[in-house]
Design a protein. Sequence first.
Length: 94
Amino acid sequence: MTQEQIAERIMQCDTEFFSVAFIKRGNGELRHMNCRRGVSKYTTGAGEKYDPTEKHLIRVWDRNVSDPNKAYRSINIDGLVEARIGKNQYVVKR
């Protein structure tokens, strides 16, 4: 699958947890996350200061962060390596 196809699958799962591996933009590290989309409990209601889709990012809530108020993260679509959604594993073909 391509990175865009995996990103589309991630965008379709609003309430279920999934795992993802991607290369971070800032330092090139491989990052693994167990996360989900559609969480709004810990937001202020002010909204984003930028449009994540314009920067090729997907906003998620990372369940492994100890402070849930600081658990919002962004997935770099251009750096996607793999994702596991439900029982399906998707790997980027290079």
